[in-house]
Design a protein around this ligand. Structure first.
Ligand code: NDP
Length: 385
């Protein structure tokens, strides 16, 4: 049976992994909408290959290029923030939400409001809009499937069990490419060094987040919303091999873990086939070759981001949205060569401390307002455009 799918953020790393799996099972899927920000030529190529109904660029300035690249194909082209939401609202069996950053929030909410199934990679959206998004999921009868490898692992470990029986959830963290670096080395880190992740091949923003450990902080908040066991039952453990993607401990002393290759096609396949399974081209784990699995407590002196995320989610209200927005601006400034690596977490902390935190956002518009205001403050602090 053919199922319909839309991929928001089709030109990115998660988008490419998703389309690789679709390509291998072409007869099973009908592609409805594919979106990008401004990679118009790449997007048009994908839309033609997968015979999409519509291709959308978030940046309206790139619509001319998209139209030109799609001319004669019969595929609709659209551009701008509103067009992204309209495309996301087209009814489909599965929406893959893989835009990076809070820019993905409104389109993801548009998909949720259709009451469909959303494979969520866009963690920043859930971090910023946690309660607003989970309320909308309930209200519209939507289903969220976690794509993030850790949350997908937890989701799998929870199957057939009651959340009340969970004693603790352990999020594993690779520790990133700079895990063993000294404070002095961290201060001199270049963007190329920060994005060179030892285990995962990912987009630039999440790669920097992995290097600062903010990725794990965002995931801590994400887990809090997806698996409401209480913050005291959530912990982070550094596991440099990235073989165990996360674990759930139960009150009887059993711990269930999900293991797999460090390739996003594994958790994405789990979402595409859910509640069944599908083939992937990946080799099973060769445990004797891996040899050893090691575990460490996070070092929050050198990598304060997990502490900042924990403090933000404990503070609640608008704090996680402020944390996320400040981090997005700081990561972009670091990647552009405008601030040193260690200033990312320092500036996020300063913005959180400086902010007269607004009350908890009650709607999508509230979240977007908090996000924009925090971005403006972060830009001002870092003196970036
Ligand atoms: P990439 O940077 O590789 O891709 C991002 C995608 O979003 C691209 O299609 C990009 O379009 C689009 N995009 C960027 N900005 C905007 C915008 N303002 N409006 C509309 N579209 C936009 O990111 P990743 O694939 O690495 O990550 C995507 C999300 O998935 C992130 O939230 C990340 O944290 C999460 N994730 C990623 C993992 C990975 O392995 N990569 C693992 C787990 C989670 P364009 O090409 O035009 O810029």
């Amino acid at each position: 049976m053919t199922r319909s799918i839309s991929i928001l953020g089709a030109t990115g790393s998660v988008g490419a992994s998703t389309l690789d799996l679709i390509r291998r099972n072409r007869d099973e899927w009908r592609v409805v909408a594919l979106t990008a920000n401004c990679s118009a030529v790449d997007l048009a190529k994908l839309a033609r290959e997968f015979d999409a109904e519509i291709a959308v660029v978030g940046d309206e300035g790139c619509l001319g290029d998209l139209r030109e690249a799609l001319s004669g194909s019969g595929i609709d082209a659209a551009g701008g923030a509103r067009a992204l939401c309209e495309a996301a609202a087209r009814p489909v069996d599965l929406t893959v939400a893989a835009i990076v950053g809070c820019a993905g929030l409104a389109p993801t909410m548009a998909a949720i409001e259709q009451g469909g199934t959303i494979a969520l990679a866009n963690k920043e959206a859930l971090v910023s809009a946690g309660d607003v998004m989970t309320r909308a999921v309930t209200q519209h009868g939507a289903t969220l499937l976690p794509v993030d490898s850790e949350h997908n692992a937890i989701f799998q470990c929870l199957q057939g069990n009651a959340i009340e029986d969970v004693a603790r959830i352990t999020l594993t963290a690779s520790g990133g490419p700079l895990r063993t670096w000294s404070q002095e080395q961290l201060a001199a880190t270049t963007p190329a060094q920060a994005v060179a992740h030892p285990n995962w091949d990912m987009g630039a923003k999440i790669s920097v987040d992995s290097a600062t450990m903010m990725n794990k902080g965002l995931e801590y908040i994400e887990a809090h919303h997806l698996f409401p066991v209480g913050l005291d039952r959530l912990r982070i453990v550094v596991h440099p091999q990235s073989v165990i993607h996360s674990m759930v401990e139960y009150r009887d002393g059993s711990t269930l873990a999900q293991l797999g290759p460090s390739d996003m096609r594994v958790p994405i396949a789990s979402c595409l086939a859910w509640p069944q399974r599908m083939d992937t081209p990946l080799q099973p784990l060769d445990l004797p070759a891996i040899g050893e699995l090691t575990f460490f407590a996070p070092d929050e002196q050198r990598f304060p981001a997990t502490r900042l995320a924990r403090e933000a989610v404990e503070a609640g209200g608008a704090a996680p949205a402020v944390l996320n927005a400040a981090n997005e601006i700081a990561v972009a400034a670091f990647l552009a060569g405008n601030i040193p690596f260690t200033r990312i977490a320092l500036s996020v902390e300063a913005i959180l401390q400086q902010s007269n935190l607004p009350p908890a956002p009650a709607s999508l518009d509230d979240v977007l307002h908090v996000d924009q205001a925090a971005r403006a403050r972060a830009r001002e602090m870092l003196e970036v455009a």
